[in-house]
Write a protein that binds this ligand. Structure first.
Ligand code: RP5
Length: 163
């Protein structure tokens, strides 16, 4: 297993569905767990140990509100941790964004944007980290970007055709 995805609640699952499609599309082995920094702290710690033993390279931690899951995961591992703030709180996710991004010096978390696009970028960043040691993944990333470039051209042409 290469990537460990931890969700602070089962209610966070819709946020990561696109990210999971990306992992599958790139053929990256991942594990996913619901575990909370405050409701199941011991389980979180135990899962980090298990995932490390299973060879995980990168963790992705997804949480909302006073989101400390990414920081807690980062405190228990020296492997890279990518945090995804979840929106939907009364503060629109700004609370989770600040909680995830404003880690004090010493225990870094790579913070993505709020919600689904942040989760997809977390998957892509994790894949980019893995690609440092896997040329086949790097090739897939380049192909993925070429496809995006092509999609932009097609979208532009469609709009021009309406003018
Ligand atoms: C956080 O609180 C979770 O990550 C979730 O985003 C939010 C709400 O959790 P639930 O009340 O839906 O379980 O811990």
């Amino acid at each position: 297993m290469k990537v460990g995805i931890f969700l602070g609640s089962d209610s966070d699952f819709p946020i990561v569905e696109d990210a999971i499609h990306l992992m599958k599309r790139f053929g990256v082995e991942f594990g996913l767990e619901v575990t909370s920094a405050h409701r199941s702290p011991e389980r979180t710690k135990m899962l980090i140990r298990d995932y490390e033993k299973n060879g995980v390279v990168v963790f992705i931690a997804v949480a909302g509100k006073a989101a400390h899951l990414a920081g807690v995961v980062a405190s228990h591992t020296t492997r890279p941790v990518i945090g995804v703030p979840v929106g939907g709180s009364g503060l629109g996710g700004l609370d989770a964004l600040l909680s995830t991004s404003q880690m004090p010096m010493g225990i870094p978390v790579a913070c993505m944007g709020i919600g689904k696009s942040g989760a997809s970028n977390a998957a892509l960043l994790a894949i980019q980290i893995l690609a440092l040691a896997e040329p086949a993944l790097e090739k897939k990333l380049k192909d993925y970007r070429s496809q995006m470039t092509e999609n932009v051209k097609v979208a532009s042409q469609k709009i021009q055709d309406k003018l």
